[in-house]
Design a protein around this ligand. Sequence first.
Ligand SMILES: [Zn+2]
Length: 487
Amino acid sequence: MKLKRFLGIALGAILLLALVLAYNTWSRPSRQIEVAPAPVVAVNAEAVATHLADALKCATVTGLPETAATDKEFARLREHLRVSFPRVHAALAPEIIGGRSLLYTWQGTDPSLRPIMILAHMDVVPIAPGSEGDWQHPPFAGVIADGFIWGRGAWDDKANLVASLEAAELLLAEGFRPKRTVYIASGADEELGGAQGALRIAERLRERGVRLEYLLDEGLIITQGVFPKLDPPLALIGVAEKGYVSVTLRTEGTPGHASMPPAQTPIGIMSTALARLEERPLPASLSGTVREMLEVVGPEMHGIDRIALTNLWLFKPLLVARLQKQPSTNAMLRTTTAATMFHAGNKENVLPSEVAATVNFRLVPGDSIAGVLEHVRTTIADDRIKLATTPIRAEPSKVSRTDVPAYAALERSIRQVFPEAIVAPGLMIGATDARHFAEVVDNVYRFSPMRARPEDLARFHGTNERIAVANFVEMIRFYRQLILNSM
Ligand SMILES: [Zn+2]
């Protein structure tokens, strides 16, 4: 009797659970906003593709030793923009900041409204030595072929710069006047950290007492086939960016002959410390931006993953365990630990006098550099090791809001131009120029309206960087829509 009753309750509970799961899975409504696709504005695809291709011919490379030629390439790019966008040049009067960077100001008619800013850097990373021959078209030739514009910077980040200027040029030709001021800004040293470009542009705004409504910078993109069990393209808007710090660990020993060693040499001491850091990483959690992303994407998925993502209350631990296994998803859940450098010893029969190692951490929003240092100290628990941080570091960014008009304008613009795409907030793993603007704006969004499939991701900072002409036209329409939707 007792057993029967127990089985009855258990069966009831299972049925109830199945009902709740099914209900959550199939009733959870899509969080995508309904908008009609934007009317297609006429864009001369050939002309705009040529504008971008010519911009790619300017080898505005940073990260190599500077020569007189480098400066010439930046001047050539500025001249190209001046000639290609005559209306923009006349109406938005660009200022040169920090020698090379640009700030275009499109004065709004209503000074009581906060301005918006579109940011896109003009410098590009060098070509990896030895890979030049692997390019289907030379990286600085500005070739348009097979429906693509090829070259270094086609993605990162000249397409955003040229597309936003094309959009402004179009709107000016239509006689449009913005209600709120629109800034289009372009840093010339993003790939070096932005100290001469974005940082100074932000200072200029602060000096002028400008407070931005929002800032849009390069960032996450529109992928298809990257997110598992999701068929439509996924447009992720980066609402936060991870922080960055490297910690150096150093320990000393008495140099001597290896024939009578102590129980542990400095190499052993350091190896133990590094092994502890790898074994006990900072905790993973499914919260904040990443949780919001999964909640938005969940109802759009199919299969078992949809059940899991629409029932996080139950499946969160399982999901966290699974996401931790992939480095790319693990990086979204926690502050990551990566031992990157190790220096020790110089002769096979001599005890080393000093050992140094470097561990790179990428911080999720909510963690701090001080907290990471404390974690290292307590985890290695060895005061023979001295800790220091390297000069290049950044706290994780603030998290921009998704319930404000600025985010809505972005979401709307994406859905108008890419109607089949799912829009969700996301966490940006890399760093962008946007972080320099923290003092003049609360809502920073990191999004590039570029389409990519899994096989395209290696082109980023890699070989055969390119953008489809059709996608470039979409980008222009996106920026035009965004400016209109932001007024
Ligand atoms: Zn970039």
